[in-house]
Design a protein around this ligand. Structure first.
Ligand code: CP
Length: 317
């Protein structure tokens, strides 16, 4: 594997999950693979889970790790070509990327959507420049339109907890006070569409996602109907994708919050969320604290998805 930015990069999903579960059973089996290799993790945006789990995964593989927070302590970076750089951005990504590449063997990049220019976001201009100009294998730690390390961890978690061969997985929009990117729901849909699970997406009108990602998913505007018989409930907020409302919050309707009464419509479903989560906006305290909430093992599997991906990238060097 030379890069990891989308579901297709992982190849056959059952093989990937098996490899991940083998790693989980013996996570220090490959400590020689990363010896004298360096991972550079570059963050344009904040993180708790991605930062810690990816660093831990690389350390499990014997790697050295460097972390750069672009907006704290580094020069402010210009990302667009052709801009007159007479403002506060002192360095261009086109010089910074090959320089960063010269100090490491692998690069992880986190760069969220700006949510003002849909074309720029969906062209993935930042991570694509890293792929083109760094000379190193690059993996996404959440880019503008996808969060594949999260989705891979979600898939591993569903495979661990499912009690039916083809579980019903429902991704539900839930309210949030701020505009969030579509990266997590896009990516979750892309990964679920690789499987043969029953897959339903529910959201209010106006929150339709890019059909490229939703694919074969059943779209159900009635949240209660969607949740009937679900085995897994995956809650997430996202801002509008469709024009002319791209990146906007259209609703903060708390009747979409996942609560115990709605979980009662399911087939005793497990509750999932990528975290961080706004309690009592996205999900009520009692649901996230219930014994059917698997948000903590889901987050713990971020170490496993990252280790599987980094292992494969190291094996390609
Ligand atoms: N789920 C996730 O990516 O968490 P962080 O934003 O804290 O990394």
């Amino acid at each position: 594997m030379k890069k990891f930015t989308c579901a297709a990069d992982i190849g056959p999903w059952r093989e990937a999950v098996k490899e991940a579960l083998d790693i989980k059973a013996n996570r220090f089996a490959y400590t020689e693979l990363g010896r004298n290799r360096t991972l550079l993790m570059i963050f344009f945006n904040s993180s708790l889970r991605t930062r810690l789990s990816t660093q831990k995964a690389a350390m499990n593989l014997g790697m050295n790790v460097m972390v750069l927070d672009v907006n704290q302590g580094a020069w402010k970076l210009e990302t667009e070509r052709g801009v007159l750089m007479d403002g506060d951005k002192a360095e261009h990504l086109l010089e910074a990327i090959p320089v960063m590449g010269s100090y490491c063997d692998l690069i992880g990049v986190r760069s969220f959507a700006g949510l003002t220019d849909k074309k720029a976001d969906y062209e993935e201009r930042v991570i694509e420049q890293f792929i083109r100009h760094s000379g190193r294998p690059v993996f996404s730690m959440e880019a503008a339109t996808r969060h594949p390390l999260q989705s891979f961890a979600d898939l591993i978690t569903i495979e661990e907890y499912k009690t039916k061969e083809r579980p019903k997985v429902v991704m539900t929009w839930a309210p949030h006070p701020k505009a969030l990117p579509q990266a997590v729901p896009n990516s979750f849909a892309e990964w679920m569409n690789m499987t043969d699970y029953e897959f339903v997406i529910t959201h209010p009108h106006g929150y339709e996602l890019d059909p490229t990602f939703t694919g074969r998913a059943v779209i159900e505007y009635d949240q209660r109907k969607a949740l009937e018989g679900a085995d897994f409930v995956y809650a997430k907020n996202w801002s509008a994708y469709a024009d002319p409302n791209y990146g906007k919050v259209l609703s903060t309707d708390r009747s979409w919050t996942v609560d115990a009464e709605k979980m009662g419509l399911t087939d005793n479903a497990f509750f999932m969320h990528c975290l961080p989560v706004r309690r009592n906006m996205i999900v009520t305290d009692d649901v996230i604290e219930s014994e059917r909430s698997i948000v903590i093992p889901e987050a713990a599997n971020r170490e496993i998805s990252a280790q599987t991906v980094i292992k494969r990238l190291l094996e390609s060097l």
